[in-house]
Design a protein around this ligand. Structure first.
Ligand code: CO
Length: 411
């Protein structure tokens, strides 16, 4: 964003604030205090090696679960977006959504059955799948209900609870196309029903075209085998599609001529409109962006420089542009996009902001490579009404009060 170093920036901050108030800055105090503690640490022997690393005990970054379900057996929790850096979500902080708890599956006995309109049904072990050529991609996964609480009025206090049903991993597995071409597909097949092995019997119908495009049978995330809550030992990954279709604990792929109209695509995961009709088979997650810092629940304590940071993503492809407004949408300014900018992947954006004190409203708006512009909430409500709970991709607004406290508002 600019050519000066943080040291220069800190000195400029110091000079400006010192001149204005006659007080030292936090930056200057911490720099003086750091030296003695560092010297003391150098006199003590540290902890031994550990077989599996954990975060520093000083870091208390965790998922939080929704309070809107009666138990945690069919429930969800949120990724702490406001505390993360870059675009990759650590495996232990990836959002969770379960319909009947997390099954405990032994990979030695698990099978993936591929049947229906194929040239002979086949049952694959995990070891069978590991022998196929592998692919790795970095892709986001988002629950179609992400931001569902924000349709009618601002509800969530933090970006974790308003937008934390999105995460992003490097996924590794077998291309579905590779597997289906190896088996042989009947020319009459048009759909694939993916079936989960959890007690919720989660299943969804997926167009064969998507399965032959970029679908993956994933067995690893961020370099290690899937976490149980992410579908261990095998899940489907449908890049850009709503999260519930990337069936976890995958045990079946049935090739058919028609969709099955399962419970999960009729009574659930359809989008009720104001006229009483519902949109069905709304697969693709439309472009969305959100400022993660500064954001709801935070306080900007000192006037001066802040880097506005956030995330943008689109199920349709790459993010082309993100604009940021600090005055409630009167003026929009182009943010810098952090490389890499990948398709169907979180994209990090940054925008330099100087808080002069007083109130402000922070917003971001993205455009993807298809030209789709993220709508305002009002535009979304005009088209969809307020009865829907899925696919809310409206612009998020954070209000900064004159005392620096930040809250969720509809601007
Ligand atoms: Co949908």
């Amino acid at each position: 964003m600019s050519s000066f170093s943080l040291g220069t920036l800190a000195r400029r901050q110091f000079l400006r604030i010192a001149a204005a108030t006659g007080t030292a800055t936090i930056v200057a105090r911490s720099a003086q205090a750091a030296m003695p503690a560092t010297v003391e640490q150098g006199r003590k022997v540290g902890a031994p090696l550990r077989p599996y690393g954990q975060p520093s005990p000083y870091e208390k970054v965790v998922r939080v679960s929704t309070t809107s379900t009666p138990t945690q057996i069919s429930s969800w929790d949120f990724t702490p977006l406001q505390h993360l850096h870059g675009i990759v979500t650590p495996n232990g902080l990836f959002y969770e959504r379960n319909h009947a708890g997390i099954p405990n599956i032994d990979p030695r006995t698990h099978r993936l059955l591929v049947y229906g309109l194929v040239d002979g049904a086949r049952a694959f072990t995990i070891d069978d799948l590991l022998r196929y050529p592998a692919v790795s991609v970095i892709r986001f996964l988002e629950c179609s209900g992400n931001t569902l609480t924000e349709w009618k009025k601002p509800t969530a206090k933090t970006v974790q609870v308003s937008h934390g049903l999105v995460s992003c991993c490097e996924w590794t597995g077998v291309s579905v196309k590779t597997l289906l071409q190896d088996i042989g597909v009947d020319s009459k097949a048009r759909w694939v029903v993916a079936e989960g092995a959890d007690a919720g019997l989660m299943d969804r119908s997926i167009p064969l075209e998507k399965m032959m495009d970029d679908a993956i049978l994933a067995y690893a995330q961020n370099g290690e085998r899937l976490r149980p809550e992410q579908g261990y030992p095998l899940r489907l990954l449908l890049p850009g599609f709503e999260g519930n279709m990337s069936i976890k604990w995958l045990r079946g792929l049935k090739l058919t001529t028609e969709p099955t109209y399962s419970r999960e695509e009729t009574s659930k995961y359809t989008d009720l409109l104001a006229n009483g009709k519902a949109r069905a088979f709304t697969f693709v997650m439309d472009p969305k962006s959100v400022i993660t810092s500064p954001s709801g629940g935070m306080v900007v304590e000192n006037k001066g420089f802040y880097e506005i940071r956030g995330l943008a993503w689109s199920g349709r492809g790459k993010i082309r542009r993100v604009d940021v407004s600090t005055d409630g949408g009167a003026k929009w300014n182009e943010a810098a996009l952090q490389e890499p900018v990948l398709e169907k992947c979180l994209t990090r954006f940054r925008f330099p902001w100087t808080w002069a004190g007083g109130s402000a409203v922070l917003q971001s708006r993205c455009v993807d490579e298809t030209g789709y512009v993220q709508p305002t909430l009002q535009e979304l409500v005009r088209v969809r009404g307020t009865d829907s709970v899925y696919h809310n991709n409206g612009i998020q607004s954070w209000a900064v009060a004159s005392d620096g406290a930040i809250t969720n508002v509809h601007a």
